[in-house]
Design a protein around this ligand. Structure first.
Ligand code: ADP
Length: 382
């Protein structure tokens, strides 16, 4: 590495050299002005002192004593040299101080980003100053943004790992069942009859549903779908859902009621996607409500929003599960949900779709066995 490229690669040295250039230019300008103006200034000064100097120095007015002038010049030059030396020392000290202040945090950020690039996502930078009191300078703000970025990366990485773990786990159960049944058939342990084939078919169907759900989830999470916004009537959406699921409710012996205000304003949204939201919530209510139970879809206007609620008298949800229901693969009762074909992805997709319509969704339940209510909001058409 040449000296030039070494200096180019060090911010501290660049700072020092820039100070040095300023000092050098200052000294050159000062020395040149001294050279230019000193003789005439000295002359003026001597002549202003008049006859007193004539007597003292033995020189007539208008003449400059050469010895006196030479020693005056030496004095000025010495002062200049001393000042230049002092400025040099100050430049060294200031550049060391400033480079500590500037270069050290930049170096720390460099090391941290390298560490993150190697996969150590927990890396963070120490902050100097208190962000809540607005005590951060630009570098500290950069460090704060860096830490926020690192936290997001860490979160994404954790989610990615979790997703892979969850998907693997979810695929494993039906695959193991299919493999077991096939081995049983091959070994002649399982009877070659309809029931065996139907069981294999059900597991394959579950796999298919899981894959479809995952595909839909990735599309929704990536925002890779289009919303065809139209003016919609919520009561028509509710009626369409009732028409689609009515038979299944009858078959299970669960009552499906509606309580939709007649004076609801229009909302703007995608008919199919909002239909999907309602279908999922009402489908869940049916799944988690035993025969003899009741499900109600209600819709009310509240301010600039329409609140649509799906409540059931089903198995309910205990409070500790409520905050996690919209997290992918989260199921209160894994085996029960899986038996019903649930993958724990439906509510995650539902939440994304509601939020894509600028709405919110929440789940409430007084506790296990006491039913639950899922409510989502949609802004009314302005
Ligand atoms: P799944 O496909 O398993 O139903 P969801 O994402 O739709 O997945 O729901 C997540 C979990 O929330 C379910 O496994 C279930 O435990 C719980 N859940 C959803 N809706 C209801 C409901 N109406 N009553 C009780 N629990 C519910």
């Amino acid at each position: 590495m040449t000296l030039l490229s070494f200096v180019r690669s060090r911010l501290g040295w660049k700072l020092f050299l820039s100070y040095l250039v300023v000092i050098l230019v200052g000294v050159i300008v000062l020395a040149s002005s001294v050279e230019l103006f000193i003789p005439s200034a000295f002359d003026r000064h001597m002549s202003s002192m008049g006859p007193m100097m004539e007597t003292m120095m033995g020189a007539s007015q208008g003449e400059v004593n050469p010895d006196l002038f030479a020693s005056f010049r030496t004095g000025v030059n010495e002062a200049l040299t001393l000042a230049a030396l002092a400025a040099f020392v100050v430049a060294v000290l200031v550049s060391v101080f400033v480079s500590r202040q500037v270069v050290a945090p930049v170096r720390e950020m460099m090391a941290a980003s390298q560490s993150i690039a190697e996969g150590h996502y927990s890396e963070r930078i120490r902050l100097t100053g208190n962000p809540s009191k607005g005590e951060l300078d630009e570098l500290a703000q950069l460090a704060l943004s860096f830490n926020q970025m690192a936290a997001r990366l860490e979160q994404t990485e954790t989610m990615r790992r979790q997703l892979i773990g969850d998907v693997t786990h979810e695929l494993q159960t039906p695959l193991t069942a299919i493999k077991g049944s096939m081995e049983g058939l091959i070994d002649g342990v399982l009877p070659v009859e309809d029931a065996t084939y139907q069981q294999i078919y059900r597991e394959a169907d579950r796999l298919q549903k899981l894959v479809d759900d995952l595909q839909e989830l990735s599309r929704v999470e990536a925002g890779a779908y289009e919303l065809n916004h139209h003016q919609l009537s919520v009561s028509e959406l509710v009626m369409a859902t009732v028409a689609r699921l009515g038979r299944q409710f009858e078959e299970k012996g669960v009552t499906l009621d509606t309580d939709v205000s007649t004076e609801l304003p229009f909302i703007t949204g995608d008919k199919d996607r909002l239909g999907q939201v309602l279908l999922n919530l009402v489908g869940n209510a049916l799944q988690y409500t035993p025969p003899g139970g009741r499900v109600q879809i209600s819709a009310r206007q509240q301010g600039n929003e329409v609140h649509v609620a799906v409540s059931d008298t089903g198995m309910g949800i205990s409070p500790e599960h409520l905050p996690h229901l919209f997290t992918r693969f989260y199921r209160v009762d894994r085996s029960r949900s899986r038996a019903g074909g649930g993958s724990g992805i439906g509510l995650t997709i539902t939440k994304h779709l509601v939020e894509a319509h600028s709405g919110r969704i929440r789940a409430e339940s007084p506790g296990p066995g006491k039913g639950s209510t899922f409510t989502f909001t949609l802004p009314t058409t302005k």
